[in-house]
Design a binder for this molecule. Structure first.
Ligand SMILES: Cc1ncc(COP(=O)(O)O)c(C=O)c1O
Length: 441
């Protein structure tokens, strides 16, 4: 039985008449019986068209960090639109936001954009213009948005597309891309010190940038090994390569200052989106002054009609203000730890081989081995079909992580202790049911 109730189903069918697969973004499709149509969301919960309530761990794929429809954020937006939304001039709010981002993250300058993809595209251009080189290094399973340059060896690839781990090949993720651009990307497995060092030593003269998700936000939150990011920093310094932290998922989530704070390291360029706006579309490209000043009108382009619009800026200022005034991170940390511990205990009690990956604010559940995966290839060896069955059981019980285990569980500060307990009860019941049905060995 699918997840859709009667009204949800009928709206989904109507959606399919006018939008391919009834959705506006491919990752939202859970199949014809399970794709939801949502009525509204508040705090940590969302409701489908049949009024069924879910505890939401997808949180729009990460942006909701305070909670859905937060009144303080909404009020700020309502007030801002009274004075207009878009002027194609600088506003004081925009300056204030840039100052706040700089204060929280330690970047030296920022430019605003509207989505993670815009931010990463522009970061790559800045890095190329800064170095005068064209290629860039990308790690397997990392996702940097839907621009053609980035759609290689993402988390959607299967093992047989990736080539040998000693000489990985760029696996294209979609039709419709010019074949030649594959030549501009150099693929390396995450946490592979040896291949990283060998590649940068041999090819640094062609490499503009290394892009990295400091925590693998698109493959279960896999963490870098202890010295991996410092090694990356050292090698990029040695060879004049721009180090780009893609913090679209980790930024303002794993710490106020994101991965730069968490790992105590500075990148040359950092991209932010998602939690920067608590659900409003906003992104930022930040970085060292010298690198950011590569942007020059008429010479190096960074532009966008909606950049700095007052709606998104007001939402973002209020969100960042709440980070400084309220214990947002403490709450998320506590709830996340309780969930990870509870999940670990339930799976252990039922003898299910597993490892919890990632951090409390965005964690993953790896099934099939107790050995946590170190990279995307390890992850692909896990038991993803069991994960899907677990999530189906959870969703039927009103708990909604993504059906795809590569997508981490995201937490927001509106998640209560009761929500955590309800989630763990639902997991316990699901595991028992699967056991009764003989679906667990
Ligand atoms: C690390 C990372 N970079 C970039 C993007 C692209 O962001 P957007 O979907 O806002 O374009 C995503 C989206 O999930 C992401 O996870």
């Amino acid at each position: 039985m699918g997840l859709q109730g009667e009204r949800t189903k009928s709206w989904f069918q109507r959606a399919c008449q006018v939008m391919p697969y009834g959705i506006s973004s491919n990752f939202r499709y859970w199949g014809d019986q399970d794709t939801l149509v949502v009525q509204r969301a508040k705090g940590a919960h969302l409701w489908d068209m049949d009024g069924k309530r879910y505890i939401d761990y997808r949180l729009g794929f990460g942006p909701i960090i305070i909670g859905h429809a937060d009144e303080r954020v909404n009020q700020a937006v309502a007030q801002a639109i009274e004075d207009g939304t878009l002027f194609a001039w600088t506003t004081t709010a925009e300056v204030e936001l840039a100052e706040r981002i700089i204060r929280l993250t330690g970047v030296e300058m920022v430019r605003l954009a509207n989505s993670g993809t815009e931010a990463t595209m522009q970061a790559l251009r800045i890095a190329r213009a800064y170095t005068g080189r064209e290629k860039y290094v990308k790690f397997e399973g990392h996702y940097h948005g839907s621009a053609d340059y980035f759609m290689y060896s993402t988390a959607s690839a299967s093992l047989n597309m990736l080539g040998s781990p000693r000489s990985p090949i760029p696996a294209p993720m979609t039709s419709g891309m010019p074949t030649q651009i594959a030549e501009t990307v150099i693929i390396i497995p995450f946490n592979d010190f040896e291949l990283l060092e060998k590649t940068l030593r041999a090819r640094w003269g062609e490499i503009a940038a290394v892009f990295v998700e400091p925590v693998m936000g698109n493959v279960g939150g896999i963490l870098p090994q202890k010295e991996f990011l410092p090694t990356l920093r050292r090698l990029c310094d040695e060879y004049g390569i721009v180090l780009v932290f893609d913090e679209v998922k980790t930024g303002f989530r794993i710490a106020k200052g994101g991965a730069q704070e968490y790992f105590d390291l500075k990148a040359d360029i950092v991209t932010y989106a998602k939690a920067l706006g608590n659900g409003f579309p906003i992104a930022a490209i930040g970085g060292k002054r010298e690198v950011m000043m590569t942007i020059v009108p008429g010479q190096v382009s960074q532009s966008g009609t909606y950049n700095g619009n007052t709606v998104a800026v007001a939402a973002s200022i209020t969100t960042l203000d709440l980070f400084e005034k309220e214990p947002i991170y403490e709450i998320i940390q506590q709830r996340g730890q309780a969930l990870m511990k509870g999940i670990d205990e339930i799976l252990s009690d039922h003898d299910i081989d597993h490892a919890l990956t990632g951090l409390p604010a965005m964690f993953g559940i790896f099934l099939g081995s107790a050995q946590p995966p170190q990279n995307f290839r390890d992850y692909l060896k896990g038991n993803s079909s069991l994960y899907t069955q677990l999530v189906r059981g959870l969703a039927q019980r009103g708990v909604l992580p993504d059906i795809d285990g590569r997508e981490p569980w995201f937490l927001c500060a509106a998640l209560s202790e009761e929500d955590v307990q309800e989630t763990l009860n639902a997991l316990n019941d699901t595991v028992r049911e699967l056991k009764q049905q003989g679906k667990l060995k």
